[in-house]
Ligand binder design. Structure first.
Ligand code: FAD
Length: 257
């Protein structure tokens, strides 16, 4: 049995010159936990060209969804950005990753902090009914350079707010906090600064960081992760993993090559 399953692209949507999302068929045997990633890719010259991708769809959904960057000259994404409905993609059979609720000790407020395509695992998690069962409040923060780069997240949250099942469930629980660094916008600045300065909590009219109640998931650029890791650790928050749940968990949105 090949390590990769062939799946058919069902839809593709381009959000900006550098961001797109797509849906694909899902093998019924492909199981994952919300927040995890898998290897996905294309067959190029007879060989699989694979990269890590977070599932942006939830594990109760029939189709798979991914939210992707377009890297100029990127081996995979220079090709992947050209996929169309009916094309075949490869999806690894095994899902993994640290951004799962089981890696966190119980808490009351869940902070999902992302930059760029780091939003993808949280797109999956905010569609998980158990997350709303286990936390009183979920704050989804998404930082980008430009307003246009927020579009996928805005569309996602709007869709959930208007959803027959999720709408009532998330109305009082999900707080969406988009922010940009390079243009005027209602929330402005880097996520790291907005957390460190308490500005984000002031903006959403909530109390500041509290180790007794806050549990945190981070997914973003290596620089953002490094800064926030240092900041949370300095405040006594412990990093969680599969063997030892903690106050926060981290996943890289990409690796610098
Ligand atoms: C755990 C994990 C989960 C990931 N999930 C996603 C995902 O859901 N969506 C997604 O688009 N990518 C994701 N990535 C990144 C992905 O694996 C590839 O790097 C990306 O698809 C580009 O592939 P490439 O072959 O075109 O270029 P690569 O050779 O892989 O990357 C070239 C360069 O592009 C930059 N880059 C790569 N990916 C990104 C990105 N997402 N955002 C900003 N800059 C980037 C980096 O500087 C990198 O050095 C994830 C990576 C990891 C480690």
């Amino acid at each position: 049995m090949s390590a990769f399953q062939k799946e058919t692209v069902l839809s593709v949507r381009h959000w900006t010159d550098s961001l797109f999302s797509f849906t694909a068929t899902r093998d019924p045997g492909f199981r994952f936990q919300n927040g995890q990633f898998a290897m996905i890719g294309l067959e190029v010259e007879g060989k699989p060209l694979m990269r890590a991708y977070s599932m942006a769809s939830a594990n109760h959904e029939e189709e798979l969804e991914f939210f992707s960057i377009k890297v100029e000259d990127g081996p995979l994404t220079s090709r992947l950005q050209k996929i169309r409905e009916g094309d075949i993609i490869l999806v690894g059979r095994k899902a993994t990753g640290t951004l799962i609720t089981g890696n966190l000790i119980p808490g009351k407020r869940l902070l999902l902090l992302s930059t760029g395509t780091g939003l993808a695992p949280f797109a999956s998690l905010i569609k998980d009914p158990d997350v709303y069962e286990n936390y009183e409040t979920i704050v989804l923060a998404h930082g980008c350079r430009q307003i246009s780069e927020l579009a996928y997240g805005e569309h996602l949250v709007d869709g959930l707010r208007n959803h027959e099942f999720f709408g009532p469930l998330i109305r009082d629980k999900l707080v969406y906090y988009p922010t940009v660094t390079r243009e005027p916008f209602r929330n402005r600045g880097r996520i790291t600064d907005l957390i460190t300065s308490n500005q984000m909590f002031d903006d959403i009219a909530q109390s500041g960081l509290d180790i007794a109640t806050d549990r945190i998931m981070l997914c973003g650029s290596p620089a953002m992760l490094e800064e926030l890791h240092a900041m949370f650790s300095a405040r006594g928050f412990a990093e969680g993993n599969h063997s030892q749940p903690g106050h926060f968990v981290i996943e890289k949105a990409f690796v610098e090559r």
